[in-house]
Write a protein that binds this ligand. Sequence first.
Ligand code: FDP
Length: 333
Amino acid sequence: MSAQTTTLLRHVLTRKGTLVPTGDLALILERVEIIGKRIARELARSSIRGGLGYTGETNVQGEEVKKLDEWTNWVFLDTFERGDPVCSLISEEMEQAEHRTGTCGANSYAVLYDPLDGSSNTDINGSLGTIFSIRKRAPGHGTAVDDILKPGSEQVAAGYILYGPGTQLAYTAGAGVDIFTLDPTIDQFVLWRENVKMPRRGATYSVNQGNITKFHPGVRKLIDHITSRKDKSTSYSLRYTGAFVADFHRCLLEGGLFMYPGEVTPDGKSKGKLRLMYELDPMAMLAEQAGGKASNGRKRLLDVVPAGLHDRQPIYIGSADEVELAERMEVEG
Ligand code: FDP
């Protein structure tokens, strides 16, 4: 370990201007860090440990559950068993929130999370992620979660862990975005980039273009526009990994646009796939903290008020220029 190495904990303890008091942030991120290490280790060997494939169950969203979805969700519950100051765990994989009321003081938090993002990549050793969002619980709350059903602008911290060739953790607590790389030789997340800024314009776009016939005409117009640029300086390349975390990470570092548009249903309504509170809000906070933008095509995502914990929304996220372009094309009807 070099004398210059800054571990995640050291960094959190010295970071100024965060929305979460340093002590609380350190306690929460220390747990998230443990979760990241546990998941990274298991993913690396899951193919030879019988960890791939489905459980045979379906989740609250009606989707088939993979063994790793279930296991990673359990890792959150287990690691936050004595979670103080976190008293509520709210997961994409669970219908109801889990509370640790015995360990919660007046100053307590909820962690909302998608334990394994991009799970279609599990069986092919592709990139995967974990996304987390931290919100303050209202004083005197019970097990009801109406105090959590607020726009994403109420988040006090958010981040993700990317399991790729290396494992990286990015987070913001309202004072910029910082990225750490897990150094397996010392089993520590080490600071890699501080106060990351997303370029104003990028050269890639990410979308499941196989769904194009289901999109609103505005989205098709946007894709036509993006793919019709002829000169190198204004043209775009398509990049889509099937894992939101990996595609967003590219945008964060190099700029560009990630979109998961609404699919127009037979009744003419447009519906997104990705979950507002577990996926979109945390990434939107990171994007804005890095100088980028996040929209549902009509308005800023962080202003969208959820009606329920498992709400979905369309998303256009990334460099400011590309997100504004999407909004100008009236992508969501
Ligand atoms: P997955 O369903 O495999 O977990 O959030 C869900 C997500 O993956 C994103 O990570 C990814 O960007 C998107 O859905 C992939 O969906 P499509 O297969 O419909 O493209």
